[in-house]
Structures are given as structure tokens and as C-alpha cells.
Design a protein. Structure first.
Length: 177
């Protein structure tokens, strides 16, 4: 598995990963009509813009993709300075998605630690991630040393959804995993 910085050409594979992971992971969590409405074309266009101008859209953020041995993008993750949620964390893992067929093989851990190491290089010592509270994969963060910090409700994705913030008070622990 290769972890590398995302390029503009990765927009379509990233869109495919988003749609596939949302439709396989969030059934029964996010309203089904929202999952059915996910558009590869719309997400590809959105991610082309984001990847072309990451510094303007997400200043200080880095985005990485996981590429298998055939060159297929099977996951991606990104993070940067905290989006100011009023919590004592200076950085956040904004997103991490991995195709179901590639989970439980260490790729998610590689993506997460790559983001954490980049944040550490930028001077951040801690990090949080927001996760749907009903997400069956929450144990992934806990297994990597994160602790539940707070829960909130958001009105997004055509639903009223609970999210839990998981935090690493010291992201240095991730470099030792």
C-alpha cells in the first residue's frame, strides 16, 4: 500500500471511495434518500476544486490517498488546523474513508498516522475527529488511543444526527503505533 499526497487527478477515485463507503457504512445512520442521492459526478467536481486549491479552501490542511499495488485509490484522509469547535484541540482529522474491502488490513492506521505526523510537523500536539455516534467503526479510533470527548447533534445530510468527537491529547502516540 502506498500513502501519498492527493493530486487533482485523484478527484474521481476519491468521489468513488466516498460514495461506496457512505453507502456501505452509513445505512441506518444517514437517511437512505440522502445516501441514494450521492452523485459521483457532483463529488468529483467538488473534489477537483478542493484538490486544485486546498490552501485556499482548507488553509494548512493536507490530504493523502491510499493506493493499492495496482494503483487504485482505495482510501483517503485529510486534516489540518482545528475548525474551532470550542474544544482544546489545535488540529483535526477532517475525514478518513476506506473501502470496506480494504478495512482491517492496516491501511486506515497508515492514513491516520500519516495525517498525524504531518500535523506534528506543523507544530500541532493534539487532534480530534468527529464521528457519527452510531458509526460501527468508532472502535478504530479507540484502538488507536483516542478518547470520546463530547457529543453533539447536527442537522446535516437530511437528518438530525449525533456525532462524537474523539481526541488524541498527544498525537505523538500515533507515531509509535
Amino acid at each position: 500500500m502506498i500513502i501519498r499526497e492527493a493530486k487533482t487527478e485523484d478527484a474521481a477515485p476519491i468521489a468513488r471511495v466516498i460514495v461506496d463507503t457512505w453507502r456501505s457504512t452509513y445505512v441506518g445512520i444517514v437517511p437512505q434518500h440522502y445516501l441514494d442521492s450521492l452523485s459521483f459526478k457532483l463529488l468529483t467536481d467538488r473534489w477537483q476544486g478542493r484538490l486544485a486549491d486546498t490552501d485556499k479552501i482548507w488553509p494548512g490542511w493536507s490530504i493523502f490517498v491510499a493506493e493499492n499495488d495496482t494503483g487504485k485509490v482505495v482510501g483517503f484522509a485529510g486534516g489540518g488546523p482545528s475548525q474551532d469547535h470550542g474544544l482544546d484541540f489545535t488540529a483535526e482529522l477532517g475525514f478518513i474513508y476506506l473501502l470496506k474491502s480494504c478495512q482491517r488490513q492496516g491501511t486506515g492506521r497508515l492514513l491516520l498516522t500519516t495525517v498525524a505526523l504531518k500535523l506534528k510537523e506543523q507544530g500541532h500536539n493534539n487532534m480530534l475527529v468527529w464521528v457519527f455516534s452510531a458509526n460501527p467503526n468508532r472502535a478504530f479510533y479507540e484502538a488507536l488511543g483516542a478518547h470520546a470527548v463530547v457529543e453533539r447533534y447536527i442537522d446535516k445530510y437530511e437528518g438530525h444526527l449525533a456525532e462524537t468527537a474523539y481526541g488524541w491529547p498527544d498525537i505523538g502516540v500515533l507515531s509509535r503505533i
